[in-house]
Design a protein around this ligand. Structure first.
Ligand SMILES: [Zn+2]
Length: 511
């Protein structure tokens, strides 16, 4: 995920394996009311007593925020096959208990959209929210669907009832008008944008890429976005050697007056962007591309490299993983360094976007005494935890920058953080999580013992980041002139070791 902070004006396929009768069938009507989703869930198989709790999500993967979707649900009704009402009980904050669940045939309820609903406590990021207007709908399924306890892994199909001239953008495949998901997790991992959208398509290596765009005033369209993203996609492929996905969808949503926090949210085969509809100047297009680079890189982590806490996602009770520094900090670092190493940006731009701005924002707008692990542990709690969460994109990215430099130093310029990531994809990958508790030791074992000290100081611990010391290792001179003034420049007379590390740092090492 990435957030767009307004205070600085910076942006900062599936195979169905279970039998058809075990498939839950959703129909979501967005034509009845422009603020409310009318949901009908058909249950064409028998449930048992153990499945009598219907669970709406408390949170969703990659958002690191508590959402309690139960707040948005109303008119919840359960029926038997003759259309007779079954008794239900609301169990705050997110559950409905269904009596005589063995007789259940379908459920109907209404859900308020998040964009036009005032939520003072635990506001929901717009890119993780939902919207209906006359000419489109944005569906992030965790905001309007749930699952029966014990049936989180059942396949689901979903039909969105919209207007006849709308088109649908989603990584989900469509069969007979129904989008197909292999499980509830897969459904939540697959945003849906319907309406008057523009579409552009390309291929990076052999991977088909599709871009769908909704733009309220028509200022942005998919072709122009794709033109600006081509170089970034090519350099991402070089950085990763080979893209770890066989298809990818970008969903863009631009609106005039965002009512909440805008930004973007990553998924396994897609990412979705809710952004203010500015004028599509070169600078604004670059900001959109920078966010896209970040989201696209999430195919590496957490989507391919994550702990068991992310693998077995708990929708009922928000459970933090202490490795948020990896999921978000390393991703943010990679999204910038790959552009530099791919010659899409120059050193000056890199220093501005990925170093200077990160130092100032992390130390002026956030509390620099919060360790990266503390940010991870507190993010779901709302209040100060939610407020400090954004620093993961600043302090977290800087820590990744210094981890990369430390690895290059220890390996004499042969093995940096990119090479560690490529090895981690091989070692773990989808469906094979690393150990939440021993990851820092495992990382030290596959690299250098000193990496555990680095983690203790700058990831687990709250030691101030060593900007000057670490940047000088690669021949960059760091000067803090004032609170809001940081100067970073290339040294003119680098020592031999500095020049060597600088050259190793500047390129993708051979793989
Ligand atoms: Zn992110």
């Amino acid at each position: 995920m990435s957030l767009k902070f307004r205070f600085l004006l910076l942006f900062t396929a599936s195979v169905l394996s279970l039998q058809a009768q075990d498939k839950l069938q959703y129909q979501i009507d967005v034509t009845k009311n422009t603020d409310t989703f009318y949901v009908d869930l058909n249950v064409p198989f028998k449930l048992g007593k153990a499945n009598s709790v219907f669970q709406f999500p408390a949170t969703a993967p990659g958002t690191y925020q508590t959402m309690n979707i139960g707040r948005l649900v109303s008119h919840f009704q359960a029926f038997n096959k003759n259309g007779k009402l079954l008794k239900t009980n609301f169990v705050a904050p997110n559950q409905y208990q269904i009596k005589k669940v063995k007789k259940l045939s379908n459920i109907r309820y209404q859900v308020a959209e998040t964009f036009d609903t005032q939520l003072t406590e635990y506001p929901i990021y717009m890119m993780a929210g939902s919207s209906i207007e006359d000419d489109h709908t944005l569906i992030n399924s965790h905001t309007m669907t749930g699952y029966f306890r014990g049936k989180q892994q059942n396949p689901i199909e979903m039909k969105v009832i919209g207007k006849p001239d709308w088109i649908t953008g989603s990584p989900l495949k469509e069969v007979n008008g129904y989008l197909q998901a292999e499980s509830f997790d897969h459904l939540v991992d697959s945003p849906i944008l319907c309406g008057k959208l523009s579409l552009a398509e390309t291929k990076v290596a052999d991977t088909p890429i599709r871009i769908f765009t909704y733009s309220e005033k028509g200022k942005y369209d998919s072709k122009a976005l794709l033109n600006h993203m081509q170089a970034m996609l090519q350099s991402a492929e070089k950085f990763l050697v080979k893209l770890p996905v066989d298809n990818y969808t970008f969903l863009y949503y631009f609106l005039q007056n965002p009512s909440g926090v805008t930004g973007a949210w990553e998924h396994s085969y897609s990412s979705e962007y809710v952004l203010a509809e500015t004028n599509p100047t070169e600078q604004n297009m670059k900001q959109v591309t920078d966010i896209a680079a970040h989201e696209f890189f999430h195919v590496v982590t957490p989507l391919n490299i994550h702990s068991e806490i992310i693998e077995h996602f708990n929708f009922e009770k928000p459970t933090p993983s202490e490795h948020l520094w990896l999921y978000e900090g390393v991703t943010e670092w990679a999204s910038h360094i790959q552009l530099l190493r791919g010659s899409v940006t120059d050193l000056k731009t890199y220093i501005q976007d990925a170093l200077k701005q990160k130092v100032i924002v992390s130390e002026v707008y956030f509390n620099p005494d919060w360790s990266l692990v503390k940010i991870a542990e507190e993010s779901f709690k709302g209040g100060e935890g939610a407020k400090q969460y954004g620093n993961i994109y600043y302090k977290g990215a800087l820590a990744a920058t210094y981890l990369d430099i430390r690895l290059l130093e220890l390996s004499n310029g042969k093995f940096g953080l990119r090479e560690v990531l490529l090895d981690l994809i091989k070692k773990y990958g989808k469906g094979n999580p690393f150990s939440e508790k021993t990851f820092f030791d495992d990382l030290a074992a596959m690299t250098f013992p000193e990496i555990k000290d680095f983690a203790n100081d700058y990831i687990i611990g709250d030691k101030a980041l060593p900007h000057e010391e670490y940047l000088s290792k690669i021949g960059l001179k760091y000067e803090r002139k004032a609170k809001m003034n940081v100067e970073i420049s290339e040294m003119e007379n680098k020592k031999e070791q500095q020049e060597k590390l600088f050259q190793a740092w500047l390129v993708n090492l051979p793989r």
